[in-house]
Design a protein around this ligand. Structure first.
Ligand code: ATP
Length: 418
């Protein structure tokens, strides 16, 4: 079988119907050797049915599957077993077998019916047990190993089959975070060595971190297929899972991250709110209001400031200035335009220096102001008293309400304010 000239795996218009129920329809994709493909999607989307069908274990009722250019149904059992190794979900591991015997069973496609495993088979089994870190368990009964150890033994078995394609159906289910990451890391190495792995995963963030490509299944068909950042979008998550979310690159981890929330307030017309902040003082306010679907803007934040990052992650329009620079005329004007356009302006528990004093001055033009005060202004004033005076003047205006951040959050949730 030529492993270089054709796609390793190609499905065209694959469908599965059981009885009168259509479980899969119009599934088309092609994958190359070296690709680490994650299949994600909600419960009942058809992921396991697809994997079984692609392995020739469940009847495909329409379409075609090619393995290195050859129709799946033309491959004999042993040929198929030398092409695709498949780790099923919740597989029963034979009672009374030790770990080495389980892994050795992966060598069956290479043995004649009268043959026992040869020295080479033992060497191969031990090699993959060492790779997945279970070599020391070789003589141990598989009934006496932990869930994580069991999964790594089964992964070694699948690898010992030495196939160019490896299908894994939720191999990380019930594993702790450490073992989950380990399985994905092993798969990444295997793919870098030229195999193709198709893995069903429920942990989208983990799949996005390790897989080179994701296929999102929903309602029995492919909703999205591509690089993780192309597939994992708020729109796709809403369509597939009915989830309200924000998808962003986590600055701490550098990985794609998802913030999910229960949408509230979408049925009524929400007021326009402008949040004045900076230095991390506005992040919680922006998140709270964004989750409740307020029409938001923010500023003037500084580049690199976490308030600017929160606004960007949530797609909130923000005015952002240079770090350590005085708010310039353009930013000051834009800030006032947003304040004037807003029904309510929230002034966060900001610390003031000369460079951001204009944020406080700008609040005077607002129709209605909610000041968030967690710390006395004197402790936040690095302007020699200028900010404190302005702040006290602002507090005396009739359109101003002063609340702690806890009171503000409570009143937003109960709908008393805004
Ligand atoms: N043999 C069968 N007969 C009838 N319906 C079936 C059969 N096998 C699966 N289904 C149905 O097909 C749909 C897809 O099931 P499948 O197990 O492929 O989903 P899945 O995406 O793997 O789900 P999960 O994430 O819960 O494991 C489900 O609605 C399931 O009930």
């Amino acid at each position: 079988m030529n492993a270089t000239s054709e796609f390793a795996l190609a499905a065209s218009n694959v469908g599965v119907t059981i009885g009168d129920k259509t479980i899969l329809r119009d599934i088309s994709f092609a994958a190359n050797s070296g690709e680490f493909v994650g299949i994600i999607g909600p419960n009942g989307a058809g992921k396991s049915t697809l994997l079984r069908g692609l392995r020739g274990m469940g009847a495909i009722t329409s379409g075609a599957v090619l393995v290195f250019g050859r129709p799946l149904h033309t491959l004999g059992d042993k040929q198929l077993a030398r092409s695709i190794a498949y780790m099923q979900q919740d597989v029963n591991v034979g009672f009374g077998f030790n770990a080495l015997e389980v892994v050795l069973a992966g060598r069956y496609p290479y043995l004649k019916w009268w043959q026992n495993e040869q020295r080479e088979d033992y060497e191969i089994a031990r090699k993959y047990m060492a790779f997945t870190g279970v070599e020391a368990l070789a003589e141990k009964s598989v009934q006496q190993v932990s869930g994580g150890e069991r999964q790594r033994i089964l992964l070694a078995k699948v690898l010992a089959q030495e196939t160019p394609l490896i299908f894994l159906d939720e191999p990380t289910a019930s594993l702790d975070l450490g073992y989950q990451e380990e399985i994905f890391r092993h798969c990444r190495v295997i793919c870098q060595e030229g195999k193709m792995v198709l893995i069903i995963a429920h942990d989208i963030k983990l799949a996005a971190k390790f897989c080179t490509r994701l296929i999102l299944l929903a309602g029995g068909t492919i909703l999205a297929d591509g690089r993780p950042e192309e597939v994992i979008t708020a729109q796709n998550l809403e369509k597939a899972y009915g989830l309200h979310s924000d998808v962003f690159i986590n600055k701490v981890t550098g990985n794609l991250d998802i913030h999910t929330y229960e949408a509230a307030g979408t049925t009524t017309l929400q007021p326009v709110v402008h949040v004045i902040g900076g230095g991390g003082s506005a992040g919680n306010i922006l998140r709270l209001l964004h989750e409740r679907s307020y029409n938001l803007s923010g500023g003037v934040f500084q580049q690199g400031d976490s308030d600017a990052d929160v606004a960007m992650a949530f797609g909130i329009q923000a005015i952002v200035g240079q770090p350590f620079c005085i708010i310039d005329k353009v930013q000051a004007t834009k800030n006032r335009e947003k304040i004037l356009a807003a029904d309510v302006t929230v002034l966060s528990n900001l610390y003031y220096g000369q460079q951001n004093l204009d944020n406080l001055e700008a609040a005077f033009v607002a129709k209605k102001v909610i000041i968030i005060e967690d710390t006395a202004i004197e402790e936040r004033d690095f302007t020699g008293g200028k900010a404190s005076k302005l702040y006290r003047d602002l507090c005396t205006l009739p359109q101003v309400t002063v609340l702690s951040s806890v009171q503000f959050a409570e009143q937003v949730v109960t709908g008393e304010i805004l």
